[in-house]
Design a protein around this ligand. Structure first.
Ligand code: C2E
Ligand code: CA
Ligand code: CA
Ligand code: CA
Length: 272
């Protein structure tokens, strides 16, 4: 029995060791990727009800030299556990600002906005607002075109702190959208206390809204709620014309999804 126990222990130990190694490898690769400037910011278009382009959401991509394109769902959690999300998050802010500054010179593009996803870990840093100010010096003229997409779970963690940071950033010109709305457990009452300008209906509700009456009801309710609170509503994950038509009919303001365009690099790219 003693022998067996030891074997089991060794087996257990081995598999832990394996996942630690794998993890360390990703972490090492990520550190290298930062130094080598390997990340790309891809842009997914957002359209209004006239089907005119209003802006983009920036989505990070990691083209790994050996493993190919790695999805953010895979590496963002590692970045968050290792605090590498801080340099990466500031990189995203910088790239988006550079792009907006470039567009400012182009009369066909100067109205466009860019939304970026801000990680919980980054937003909750004590000095985030201060750091943001320092790192966006020189971008003051375009900062009102930058939007932050935040999640419910993030904002609920010390809501007073969230409100204060949002108000400070709001003064600089940043607008906020609440991402993945409907997937959290939070009460609705806090919504009116946050300086938000938009709600993003989570793609899981949009996906099945034509076949699942519960999802359709949620979409309807979120749109109605947004109207009541004077917020814009953005539907994400719009994949076909039927969804777009129904969303438009329900009063949705902006659309994002494969039907309108996939995330991709933009032609006038010089910074990747
Ligand atoms: P998210 O913010 O909810 O982004 C929407 C995700 O849905 C993106 O996945 C996008 O490519 C995908 N998507 C867009 N339209 C459609 C559609 O019509 N159908 C389907 N099935 N999917 C669609 P992606 O790019 O893999 O990003 C996954 C998540 O990773 C994002 O979810 C966001 O939470 C996070 N993320 C991405 N970029 C960044 C970043 O720069 N910083 C941080 N902190 N997180 C990021
Ligand atoms: Ca988002
Ligand atoms: Ca989302
Ligand atoms: Ca999401």
């Amino acid at each position: 029995a003693k022998e067996e126990g030891r074997n089991r222990f060794m087996f257990f130990d081995h598999s832990i060791q394996e996942s630690i190694n794998k993890r360390l490898q990703i972490e090492t690769d990520l550190r290298l990727a930062i130094v080598r400037d390997e990340f790309e910011l891809h842009y997914q278009p957002k359209y209004n009800t006239d089907y005119k382009l209003v802006g983009y959401e920036g989505l990070i991509r990691w083209p790994h030299p050996a493993k190919g394109l790695i999805s953010p769902a895979e590496f963002i959690p590692v970045c968050e556990e290792t605090n590498l999300i801080l340099p990466i998050g500031y990189w995203v802010i910088d790239v988006a600002c550079q792009r907006l500054l470039m567009w400012q010179q182009d009369s066909t593009k100067q109205h466009l906005t860019i939304a970026i996803n801000i990680s919980n870990i980054q937003f909750k840093q004590k000095d985030f607002v201060e750091q943001f100010k320092i790192r966006t010096r020189g971008y003051e003229s375009i900062i009102h075109k930058l939007e932050f997409e935040l999640t419910e779970s993030l904002l609920m963690k010390d809501i007073q702190d969230s409100i204060e940071k949002m108000q400070q950033l709001n003064k600089l010109g940043i607008r906020f959208a609440l991402d993945d709305f409907g997937t959290g457990y939070s009460s609705l009452s806090y919504l009116k206390n946050l300086p938000l300008s938009a709600l993003k209906i989570d793609q899981s509700f949009v996906r099945d809204m034509l076949i699942d009456s519960n999802d359709a009801a949620i979409v309807k309710t979120v749109i109605a709620l947004a109207k009541t609170l004077n917020l814009q509503v953005i539907a994400e994950g719009v994949e076909n014309n039927k969804q777009a038509t129904m969303l438009k009919h329900l009063g949705c303001d902006l659309f994002q999804g494969y039907y309108f365009g996939r995330p991709s690099l933009i032609d006038d790219t010089k910074d990747e």
